[in-house]
Design a protein around this ligand. Structure first.
Ligand SMILES: NC(=O)c1ccc[n+]([C@@H]2O[C@H](COP(=O)([O-])OP(=O)(O)OC[C@H]3O[C@@H](n4cnc5c(N)ncnc54)[C@H](OP(=O)(O)O)[C@@H]3O)[C@@H](O)[C@H]2O)c1
Length: 317
């Protein structure tokens, strides 16, 4: 039986597909952009079946569900653009994938949720992810939810965005919100390892497992580590989140590939730490730290790539 990965051209999705293929599991990749998928999945293209579908369109999903034993659902958007909304993609999209999976008799469902997601929060992104997880938990499928803190790795958006912004900010860099927000960055390799373990471990059915790295880091410390990893130096200037809203709103309006949005700024108000870390407490793993060689990939950000990304929209790495 086949394992279906939704959002398979995305950061978590393509790394999961590659790991499943390397483990010799039959894997189907649901993507909405076959061009991006063929670049991201080039290394395993012969071992993977790629199907197109849009989670906001339920009729596009049944072909992907044929003979599937487990769905790994990674689709979500963190910024609303191109007519896509949190409600339509993160919530209703998850409901649609659940509906199609149930109709096809798929037994197992692994939902990539988000640390801090909760339906009653005033922050629309986290609320949409929280409502999605409630739909998963209310389904009759054998579900497991994984709730990672911010994920780092060569294709991440969060930490690479700091690296890109550094490229266009000579000398001074904003210490966002005084740098006090807390995170527990977790490596993509560890998130994928947790997915693999859940697939093989029925005792995780019905559980929501939080995933974090080995350290709680303030945003200020994260910024310093990004700057160090890039071999750079900047004077960090504390800037209240409220003062950043107008320039961020302007960037959103003017740049096709704006790296930040006001709704992402909101997330800094929500602690993103993982007191009950399933990687260590449940799986006995030693997660990778956000430092040294593990974040050397940040150096690959060049000024020309950064400008292409901000002014031209998406680039694929
Ligand atoms: N990255 C993190 O730090 C982090 C932390 C905690 C939790 N998570 C969760 O992990 C999951 C994966 O995140 P990620 O970082 O891998 O995001 P990502 O790189 O943006 O991947 C998401 C994928 O979903 C696809 N997608 C978007 N709308 C779609 C639609 N309507 N129909 C079908 N596919 C659609 C995107 O397609 P395109 O490729 O065409 O854009 C993309 O490939 C998300 O659920 C996220 O909430 C991520």
């Amino acid at each position: 039986m086949t394992i279906l990965v939704t959002g398979a051209a995305g950061f978590v999705g393509n790394q999961t597909v590659k790991r499943l293929a390397a483990a010799g599991k039959p894997v189907r990749a649901l993507v909405r952009n076959p061009g991006k998928a063929s670049l991201r999945l080039k290394a395993v293209v012969d071992a993977v079946e790629i199907v197109t579908g849009d989670v906001t369109r339920l009729p596009s999903l049944p072909p992907a569900m044929r003979d599937v034993s487990a769905v790994i659902h990674t689709v979500a958007i963190s910024m609303e653009k191109g007519g896509q909304s949190y409600e339509a993609v993160n919530f209703q999209g998850t409901v649609n994938v659940l509906t199609a999976a149930a109709a096809a008799g798929v037994p197992r469902f692994i939902n990539i949720s988000q640390n801090g997601a909760r339906s009653d929060l005033p922050y629309r992104f986290l609320a949409s992810k929280g409502r999605a997880q409630e739909a998963v938990a209310a389904s009759a499928l054998q579900w497991t939810a994984l709730r990672p803190s911010a994920i780092f790795g060569a294709q991440d958006e969060f930490f690479n965005t700091f690296a890109r912004l550094l490229k266009v900010s000579p000398l001074i860099f904003p210490l966002v919100g005084g740098g006090r927000a807390e995170f527990q960055p977790v490596a993509i390799e560890d998130v994928v390892e947790a997915i693999m373990r859940c697939l093989d471990d029925d005792s995780t059915v019905g559980e929501a497992l939080a995933l974090g790295g080995p350290e709680v880091l303030s945003l200020g410390e994260i910024e310093r580590r990004v700057i160090d990893a890039m071999g750079s130096w900047r004077l960090l200037l504390p800037v209240p989140v409220g003062l950043l809203r107008p320039p961020v709103r302007l960037m959103q309006a003017l740049l096709p590939g704006s790296p930040v949005s006001t709704s992402l700024l909101d997330l800094l108000a929500v602690p993103n730490t993982v007191p009950d870390n399933a990687l260590t407490q449940r799986f006995g793993m030693q997660p990778l730290a956000f430092k040294g060689e593990n974040i050397a990939y940040l150096r690959d950000n060049t000024l020309s790539d950064t400008l292409a990304k901000f002014f031209g929209g998406a680039t694929i790495n």
